[in-house]
Structure formats: C-alpha cells, structure tokens
Design a protein around this ligand. Sequence first.
Ligand SMILES: [Zn+2]
Length: 428
Amino acid sequence: MAGGEGKRLRPLTDKLPKPLLPINERPLLDFLIEHSVRNGADNIIVCTGYLAEKVAEHIEKQDYGTFIRESRETTPLGTAGPLLPIKNELESEFIVLYSDVYTTVDLKKMLEFHTQKKSDATLLLHKSDHPQDSTVVTVDSSSRITGFVEKPGSEWKEHGNLTSAALYVLNKSVVDFIDTGKELDFAKDVFPQMLREGKKLYGYVSEEYTKDMGTAERYKEVEAYDAAAAKKMQKRIAVFLDRDGVINEEVDLLTKKEQLKLIPGAAEGIRLLNEKGILAIVVTNQPVVARNLVTEEQLLQIHRKLRGMLEEKGAHIDALYYCPHHPEKNHTEANNPKYRRECRCRKPNTGMVEQAAKTFKIDTKNSYVVGDETVDVQLGKNAGCTTILASTGYAGKDGKHEAKADYDCSNLNEACKLIAKLTGEKRK
Ligand SMILES: [Zn+2]
C-alpha cells in the first residue's frame, strides 16, 4: 500500500512520495519489496495514489526481476479500499504491507500461522508502551481476537497492551467486506465488522522490529536501526543458476508448464546447496514475455510448478529472478514498450545478480554461476563470480560469447558437488 500522503512527514513528502523516502539511501518501498522476496513472495502489487507517477516511474526503472506491477487509485479509498480494483488478482491468501511501516517480521512464519489457524484475517500485534491512547486488541488464549478497545485510558490493564502494527495476512474473502463503495479503514471499519459477523481473526504477536515511520522522529529511529542491522547481517555465498538446460530440459522457448521436465540430478544438486547453507538463486532470461508468447502471470505459474517439482524432491530455490525484456524494437506483432527495451537484467548484464546480492547480502566474489550457455559464462565474468559450464542443454555450443568458463561439469549435480568442495576448502 503505497498511496498515502505522508502529511505528518511534511515537508519531506511535499515532492517525494512516502514510499520513496530513503532509508540509508534505499527507498523504503525497495526495502519492503526485498524483504518480501527474501520471504518467498513472487507476486507483488504496489497500490499507488499520492504522487503515483513518481512511484510508478521508480518501479518501472528498477528491473526488480520479479512479478511486480502498479495499481493506481483515482479517488482515495482509505487503508482498505485499494484492494478493490485488484480483487481479481489477489491470491487466496495474501499479505498487506504499508509503505510507511518498516518491518523485519518473518512473513513466512506469519503466513504459516495464518494458514494453520484457518484464519480469515491475521493481524501483526506488538506490545505498546502507550496502550492508554491506542486501539488495544484483545485476544483469547488461542490468540483469537475477541475485540478492539479504542483508547482505553487508565482501564487499559483490563484489556492488555497489544496493538496492531498495520501488517496483515488476509484471505481473499475479506474483499466482501470492502466492496461497499465507501472509504474504509481496516482497523476502524473492516476488522470490527468481520468480528461482528463471526469471522475468525487472529493476532500474531511478534517482537521483531516493526515501526510506523510516519513522523520525522520515527523516520530517524528506523534509519538508525536499519544501519545497525545491515552491519550485523552476514554475507552469504550463492549459486546463480540458469533455468532451461540446467534445471529443466531445454525445449527452445518454453511456454507451458507441461513442458517442464527436470534434468536428472538437478534436484539432488540443489538439495546439496541447501544442506551446505549456500543460496540457490535462479537467474533466467525470459524474452518469451517480450515476444508475447506468455504473460508474466503465466510465467509465474510456470515458475511455481518448477519450484513445486523441486520441493517434491526436497530441493528448495531461495529466489527466482527473470528478465522479461528483449531489446529489439522491430516487431510489430509484439511491441509492448514495457518489455521491448534495453534493461539491466538481461544476461549477460548483471542486474539480476545485483538485485539478489542486495536482497540476500551476497558475497558475489565468492559466489558461482552455473549455466549451459556462453551468456551465463559471460554473466559470471561480468559479475565477478566463478563460472561453471554444464554440458546439459546447449552445453556451451551456442557460440554467442567468447568467455571461457572456469570449470566444466557434466550436469548441475556435478557442478554443485564441485561447489560444495570448493567452498569447503575455502572455509578451512
Ligand atoms: Zn530485463
């Protein structure tokens, strides 16, 4: 939710929309997107309003490598209303983040809690140090929400000190409570109404750092926290994997999930990386989008299927980045300027590796690229990684780039065994 005016942050927000306020030089919006991707999100909608053009322009320029799009409200609809125009695009369960709330909460765990409780709406709750003048949320022993108490004053002790941190996991059915044509607020209108109608609302209590940075003072606090947290975060080693011809069989322009077939040993290789604590990150050029052969929505379904096939064999992909672009402009049948352009993400450009490195704090120089094409080898050289060419797929015979790989391996499994050996040696 990135449409708020940020009145309390003026004059900072006179010309700059709140989501683009920098937290140690990185817009809060980007921080939240990275945090979501780190937690497994692969389908993100940015709801804009105030200074929407600036937010949209920023999103367009970023080449995030994931399925992100903008939905713009024409009249302000409150904190809940922006869900209406996107109601047909919502997943059965989805997470709502506000672009003035900085959070480090484990979204994966919170989503698991929501699913386990069969909750209709799960609110992130934390202990407030000023419950007297806040809306206190009361819960029973199973964490089910029993009520909301507006500014209880000195009676707060009867109700506890839990307040909502404005971060929710919701079921799609919540939209039924928003479809009223009126400006609606989650805390004041939607959740109390759901409670009255017997819906299941749960409180997820977490003390992980979450802060509304709606005032200049809090904004400073968040920035100080973020700087300290960044220093503490350990750099990790990653393997950047190509998709077609490395994980799944090369079929020359894969456009349907039914065409996905795992290359023998691919899952075993990725599982070995998981066991060694090495990040497994897919970086793939998908010009099929620019060529109008698949939509990004269809590509998302293909990728979910691929990840599911690997999960069945106990192998986990930490993130998957794709480039939907193609630079050629002389195609009248597929000329969407959103995709027909130069970009930073198309391999051998290093945009996807850089995006992943920012998100997961990756030690790129000690990381690896595994691919079956010379473009992957060139990517590895450009990014400063060690390169491994797999003899599956094109087996390096595409002849597009001159770069020579540091190592050759028969397939991904062999490449991962080599990586485990090389990183093991370095650690000694
Ligand atoms: Zn691109």
